[in-house]
Design a protein around this ligand. Sequence first.
Ligand SMILES: *Cc1c(COP(=O)(O)O)cnc(C)c1O
Length: 373
Amino acid sequence: MSTETPNIVIPRDLLPRDGRFGCGPSKVRPEVVGELTGVSVSYLGTSHRQKTVKSVVGSVRRGLAELFALPEGWEVLIGNGGATLFWDVATFGLIERRSQHLSFGEFSSKFGQAAAAAPHLEDPVIVTSEPGTHPQPVPDATVDAYCLTHNETSTGVAMRLTRPQADGLVLVDATSGAGGLRWDPSQVDVYYFSPQKCFASDGGLWLACCSPAAVERIERLAGSRWVPASLDLKIALDNSRLDQTYNTPALATIFMLERQIAWMLENGGLEWAASRSDTSAATLYGWAERTPYATPYVAEPAHRSPVVGTIDLEGVDAAMVSKILRANGVVDTEAYRKLGRNQLRIGMFPAIDPADVEALTACVDHVAGALAG
Ligand SMILES: *Cc1c(COP(=O)(O)O)cnc(C)c1O
């Protein structure tokens, strides 16, 4: 088999203005990088324990509360390590004895694995469904934490967040959904995420919006079992209240996150940001539905993610299409590898211009046509 990539040049007028369609790290708006350059000597390289940086952290915390319309008593926590680290944090600081996990893809399966491996917790309940679908939580009196994923980034399935008719905290991994999907805080206790997806910043941080019930759980579990300090949610809570992190954070990441939240708020808030992704999604899925060689992978339209689109191709090698797009400066359209499908996966986060998603579909048509000869 030849591994040579045919030299297909996409006409300039078909190309998107910005060719980044990855699902994380994802497009950082160039304007924000410009603003970062503007604070290169006043903010970068200064102490995270002083006002210059703490005021930006404070703005992130207040901005998220406003963006998500968090009710009175909610708190925004911040720490180092990203969503993956937060799973370990949660096994110590949020799950009391037993958790239930909805597992419907690579990311949503991992928190369950972390809980199963924790020797101080009982075996978790794992509720699974086929890739491309999502399961529902099952009320269970033995469970004190229901673990949901707002948007399964590996498959492009988004789920509506609904609290099960049961006691127990609802913990939501919202890493690729937060800032691009709507949600109702009354249905959730902890809404946590990393900032390199809808928030168009870099990785390495976790943020967690916590309900009063979640804060109460954090405070009650503190000191009840051994916790490494770097994973201690009570320490994170205490530091967050002072607009700090326990150890040194990446200042550029915090700055870009703050600017992206401000951009969303200035333009109309979460509704505006989510609508931008909706527009991109209508373009992408609409194209796939009327294109003979393309099909939306997620069969149920209501479960198709507005922020991560997965499109199956037939009779055209999707990996080859992605490779040719990449050679033309249109990057990160590759499918999630472990899903093992002939597929394109397209980030449609709010930072991504809906017009660029439209242009991308024209580029794919051009490449597919050229490959067919
Ligand atoms: C990207 C992603 C993660 C992992 O985030 P990290 O910042 O790499 O830890 C977890 N969950 C979901 C749903 C994701 O999309």
